[in-house]
Write a protein that binds this ligand. Structure first.
Ligand code: FES
Length: 120
C-alpha cells in the first residue's frame, strides 16, 4: 500500500455550517486532468465530494461554491435541481435519485481541512 501525505485544502474557518463550499482539485496518479471537488460543513462536520452530478457529469455549483439549498440541508445541482444529502451525498430527488456523489475522504485537525494524497 502506497504511503499518503495530508494536503491542506483550506482553514477550518473557511467552512461554515450550510455555507459556501470550498472548491479544490484532486490530482490523479495516471496523469489525467485533476478532478474538481468541494468541501462543505454540515452540522459541524466536514464532508467533501467530487464536484460532479450523478445525472450528467457537470459541476454542481452554478456560482463558485454555491451548492447548498436555502434550507442549508441539501446540496443542489444547478443544472436540473437534483438534491443530495450533505452528510451522505445520497440523492433524494431529481433525475439521479438513489445515486450518490463520490465522496472524498477529509480530516480536520489543527484548524485545517486536509485530504490524503499519495506520497511522491
Ligand atoms: S446535471 Fe445535475 S440534475 Fe441534471
Amino acid at each position: 500500500m502506497a504511503a499518503a501525505l495530508a494536503r491542506l485544502i483550506c482553514a477550518s474557518a473557511d467552512l461554515q455550517n450550510g455555507g459556501r463550499a470550498w472548491r479544490f482539485e484532486i490530482e490523479q496518479a495516471d496523469g489525467a486532468p485533476p478532478l474538481s471537488a468541494f468541501a462543505v460543513r454540515y452540522r459541524g462536520q466536514v464532508y467533501a465530494y467530487v464536484n460532479a452530478c450523478r445525472h450528467i457529469p457537470v459541476e454542481l455549483d452554478l456560482r463558485d461554491g454555491e451548492v447548498f439549498d436555502l434550507s442549508g440541508h441539501y446540496l443542489v445541482c444547478s443544472m436540473h435541481g437534483a438534491c443530495y444529502e450533505a452528510h451522505t451525498g445520497y440523492c433524494v430527488s431529481g433525475p439521479c435519485r438513489g445515486q450518490r456523489l463520490i465522496p472524498v475522504p477529509v480530516s480536520e485537525q489543527d484548524d485545517g481541512i486536509y485530504i490524503n494524497v499519495p506520497a511522491p
